[in-house]
Design a protein. Structure first.
Length: 94
């Protein structure tokens, strides 16, 4: 599949992750789903947050994970910052 840019590619990946975790969301939408959370690097492209808004997840459900000095996400933050929400995707930055 060819995508017209990075923003759209990230949107496609996030929607695919949601639809894989909750196949009925393709037909039924996000109503009735648990609260979904997306993890991304604190250094990530702004489109992760923008796409979360487009998908109806909301900005509060985008967790910006702290990074080390060399830009790696801190793994402990991935395990502890979901606060009972369903972890639907982790978006890494290159």
């Amino acid at each position: 599949m060819t995508c017209p840019g990075g923003s759209y590619s990230i949107l496609l990946a996030m929607v695919t992750a949601r639809n894989t975790a909750f196949p009925a969301s393709k037909a039924d939408g996000v109503r009735g789903l648990p609260e979904l959370v997306v993890f991304t690097s604190a250094e990530a492209h702004y489109s992760v947050s923008k796409n979360a808004m487009l998908m109806g997840l909301g900005l509060r459900n985008v967790v910006k994970v702290p990074t080390t000095d060399d830009g790696r996400m801190v793994p402990a933050a991935l395990r502890t910052r979901s606060a009972g929400r369903w972890r639907v995707a982790v978006s890494a930055a290159a």
